[in-house]
Write a protein that binds this ligand. Sequence first.
Ligand SMILES: [Zn+2]
Length: 314
Amino acid sequence: MKRIAVLGAIVASGMVAVGVTAQGLPGITEIEHVNGNVYKIFGAGGNTTVFVRSNDVVLVDTKLPNSGESIMAEVRKVTDLPVGMIINTHSHPDHMGSNNELSGDGVEVVAHVNSKARMEAEGGPFGASPVDTSFSTQISLGEGDDRVDVYHFGAGHTDGDAFVVFPSARTMQAGDIYAWHMSPLIDPGSGGSMLATPTTLTAALYSIPDVDHVIQGHGGVSTWEEFRSFVQFNRALVATAEQTAQFGGTPEAALERLEREPSFAVFLDHKIKPGLEYGGTPWSRALINLRVAFQELRGEEPQLIMGVEDPLQE
Ligand SMILES: [Zn+2]
């Protein structure tokens, strides 16, 4: 049930994003240069990262279904090389929805083992999406300047989150554990965990070398220092949940404690990010994730919470 819930919610909001751009929600936008041979395409689901190698193109994530042609139209603005590989950061349909449109002859599809299991499951609204190569903790693909390193450090947004690193461009795509520079949506139906998120993020921060540019799962591109501040916020969110819970406090009380730290203001503000497809303000996401953390601390099965009202929303 919960899996269907998140798929439905993401796809419903995403479909609006694709079809009703008049309301200000984004369709696919112009391909943007990030660094070196790495580019990014925003809209119609999660960011698609484009990595141009010597003989082919690597795509990371393929947006909602029916985005294949639009993605290729943007790719063709920077290269005529064929797509040779698709890497999926996780199994949600706004990140792998157009895999089947783009993964013709000889295209290798790569995902974490837990994502592969979900992507290949029959019976979902979009049918199965095959994965050729899977990994548990780390895999390196290609050589020299063409090399891509893919890491998994544990649960977060889902239990199959991949960090995809392009060493020659000092660039990483983080997937939805880091989207919109606010605390991530947690999808417990896909194995996501708020309590695990800080450890997973800290491992990425500690283990992944030499990255300057971090492409968010949705949204923009951050510096490594901005990513570090995001990791620190999520560590504080869970630590504060634990400290508050042990004295019988509430998620709301924990949120008030977080609000006393000025450096966390950007993660607790009351503005909707321009182009946001689903979810609410950073403040509302923080409250949601405190509630999820408390559910996990109580030993309850955590619930998918897509939104709560932010009374101060601007
Ligand atoms: Zn997702």
